[in-house]
Design a protein around this ligand. Sequence first.
Ligand SMILES: *Cc1c(COP(=O)(O)O)cnc(C)c1O
Length: 354
Amino acid sequence: MGKLTITRAQTPKPKFEDVSRLEFGKLYTDHMLVMDYSRGRWHDARIVPYADFVLDPAALVFHYGQAIFEGLKAYKNEKDEILMFRPRDNFLRLNRSAERLCIPPIDPDEALSNLIELVRLESGWIPTDPGTSLYVRPTIIATEPALGVRASDQYRFFIILSPVGPYYAEGMKPTRIYVENEYVRAVPGGTGDTKAAANYASSLIAGKKAHEKGYSQVLWLDGLRHENIEEVGSMNMFFVVNGELITPELNGSILPGITRDSILKIAHRMGIGAVERTIGIGEIFRAHDEGRLDEAFGTGTAAVVSAVGEMAWNGRTITINNGEIGRYSQLFYDRLTGIQMGREEDEFGWVVRV
Ligand SMILES: *Cc1c(COP(=O)(O)O)cnc(C)c1O
């Protein structure tokens, strides 16, 4: 394992005054973690003052989009403990994204121990109000200056930290989602199951369309037939039909969410049968019409659980569970945030103490 060097910031930035007013991703801490790849190896892992990067305009990331990222959170609880939720899984997923984009893998254990050092150094930046956290953004970009279409032979790995206010500033409120029929996010064999930056660039236009129609998120259908439910924005989807918990199976074009996986494991442990299978959008609307659609919710690091109150597809709009938070949405939100904050027993060994 390479040795981590630390260069401290000389002039710490002013910290937030009112976390409830923090806009997501607008404020960054004093330091960042950086590591470079060249001549066939990752080297020079370092914590340095947060600053601009200087990159050659020919750096491959600007031209052919070799960029991948991760997102996780560090929490500070009432006992002043700093906790992270399954952080090693984020580095393992980063490596799976890396493999798909011909980016060299990092050592997940070294990345985790370096992240822990960074979070310790920045512990004064972690807000403590309910629902707040320190968002952690690991990223890898291709830095070699070259215009040939090929994999870069130089990369930069970095982690930046951003204090974030509560996702549910006004309490958990079910969202309205728009089912996208024209644009697609991913196709079989594509990069939909990776956190490749390009996936998000290509999804912006549908988000814009949904916002113009008054919806907050886009629900994506499968790229070939536009029939089956894939996921929503940066969340995986769950439905409760006839009392049964179902979620689309990982078919290669859906992002394998760590929150999704955690909810499936909690459900199984609680004796709630959860089924991973293909789910048609028509099936969900039919279930609604027949009074069998009990709940719909999205899951992801940002919101943990986000209940869906309304869904629009093909000119039809349905209201789910009277636009209220459902039983399972609330149950999984409470259980998962309880584990994440160290309030409830961590029977799966998911929480890492910083
Ligand atoms: C990150 C992400 C998710 C959720 O993953 P988590 O690990 O649960 O945060 C779901 N879908 C997409 C497209 C994502 O980028």
